[in-house]
Design a protein around this ligand. Sequence first.
Ligand SMILES: [Zn+2]
Length: 128
Amino acid sequence: MDISKAERKQIENEMIFRRLNEKVGDDLGALDAMHIEDGNLHLIRDELLMLRFKCECSDENCDARIPLELNKYQKIHEDRDTFIVIVNHQVDPIEKVISVEDHYNIVKKNNSTAEPGSTLNQTSIDNS
Ligand SMILES: [Zn+2]
């Protein structure tokens, strides 16, 4: 199934946001390495450090933040098709919610693979 230009753009936006978030994690890792080198072990970040990640939804103007521990963020993103978005920021045609957390949703891309429509979900549509 082909995705529209608009949907392609939305997916690209999400990937850009995710890259920004991942860079934060990478930079912190580099900072840790520096502290170890300098013998400043007390400056190494807490594993449970709470960061405010950018919402990874497809709206390029979205400025929402999701407070999340870095190690949890990295765990979620071990799957390259998963993103974190603020509740209701998911876009139905391009992704589906696979997990609902306290203040954000974990979504998975529908169109990231070439598989032809094998993963369509059968959820009922609520038009109310
Ligand atoms: Zn958003």
